[in-house]
Design a binder for this molecule. Structure first.
Ligand code: SF4
Length: 332
């Protein structure tokens, strides 16, 4: 059965139970009628002052006839409960999942066990699936390395590969074939000559609703070499079991884990600036002030609202940000 997911959840349990996970964010943003999905949500009573991703998911579920979704009630989005309740009105079945505050492993194990039961499988079968998917996660790791080590895979392709790990296209074999194609294409390329001197930036925060942000950054002689949240979705760090894998995942817990991860990657990847993407009307915008305080490199916050191209104002702000980094480099 096709089951929609509102964010990354234990995909191993869904696949072990014989279901086809569908990441509703990816379904919405890649759909030709994505603007209609948002319009439908607003017509049905969603406020204009609600996040575009939430409205897009709502519209996508109803328009695409998704009958069941997994909704993460703790650790993802403060709007998910209301989203789930408004979908229930239309007969959509809701399966809740929660990431326990404070990464409590006992509670996380219990959540995983309950989730496995709801998916019609067991922890043992889900663990077996974890081992099968480990080969795919290794390939994602190589893709990520090729992005920051020599630029043979650009920031946008890195973003698409990593963000798609949440549902693995609902078909891990097809997903792996797509990763193989990307790796094969990269193996035939030479590393871009200007890569070593390019301004290396990290993109942190929720995945951007305006994907042309990557082109805009490259047009300014800079490159995204780190997609923070997308990399977390891909779960590249090795783990001994499902509990450890989902406890290592930084995104649903407190921000200190995310900051430690971002700092480590800034150091490892030689990143000289961070772009913090924030979504209009998202509670996570508050985290911007913490990131600015805790990170030692310049931070530019870019806000998006509706899907489509970046605004002229955001393009200008990116241009100014990269120019300032270039000037600071020149004066060193
Ligand atoms: S961008 Fe923020 S408000 Fe919107 S779905 Fe994501 S976490 Fe929720």
């Amino acid at each position: 059965m096709k089951i929609g997911i509102t964010t990354t959840v234990p995909v191993e349990a869904m696949l072990a139970g014989g279901h086809t996970p569908v990441d509703l964010n990816n379904l919405f943003i890649s759909h030709a009628r994505r603007a209609d999905f948002i319009e439908r949500a607003e017509r049905n009573g969603y406020p204009v002052t609600c996040c575009g991703w939430v409205k897009g998911i709502y519209g996508a579920v109803l328009s695409e006839g998704i009958e069941k979704i997994v909704a993460v009630m703790q650790g993802d989005c403060s709007n998910t409960q209301a989203l789930a309740e408004s979908l229930e009105l239309h007969g959509v079945e809701i399966v809740p999942f929660s990431y326990p505050f404070g990464r409590d492993r006992r509670l996380l194990r219990e959540q995983l066990a309950v989730f496995c039961r709801r998916m019609g499988t067991t922890m043992t079968e889900a663990e077996e699936m974890r081992l099968i998917l480990a080969g795919i996660r290794k390939k994602l790791q190589i893709i990520d390395d090729l992005t920051w080590q020599d630029g043979r895979i650009n920031g946008f392709d890195n973003h698409i590969a990593l963000v798609s790990a949440s549902d693995m296209f609902g078909d891990p074999d097809a997903f792996e074939r797509e990763l193989d194609r990307l790796l094969e294409k990269a193996s035939r390329k030479k590393a871009p000559v200007d890569f070593q001197h390019a301004i290396k930036l990290g993109l942190v925060g929720v995945p951007p609703i305006n994907p042309d942000i990557y082109d805009c950054i490259e047009q300014n002689e800079a490159r995204i070499v780190f997609n923070e949240v997308q990399r977390q979705f891909a779960m590249l760090d090795s783990a001994s079991d499902l509990v450890e894998q989902y406890a290592n995942y930084t995104y649903p817990y407190d921000i200190s884990g995310r900051i430690a991860d971002i700092k480590e990657q800034i150091r490892l990847r030689g990143i000289c600036g961070i772009i913090h993407y924030v979504q209009a009307f998202c509670f996570r915008q508050i985290e911007d002030l913490i990131l600015r305080k805790k990170l030692s490199v310049p931070v530019l916050s870019i806000e998006g609202n509706y899907p489509g191209p970046l605004s002229a104002q955001n393009r200008l702000r990116i241009e100014t940000f990269t120019e300032n980094i270039k000037l600071a480099r020149g004066s060193e």
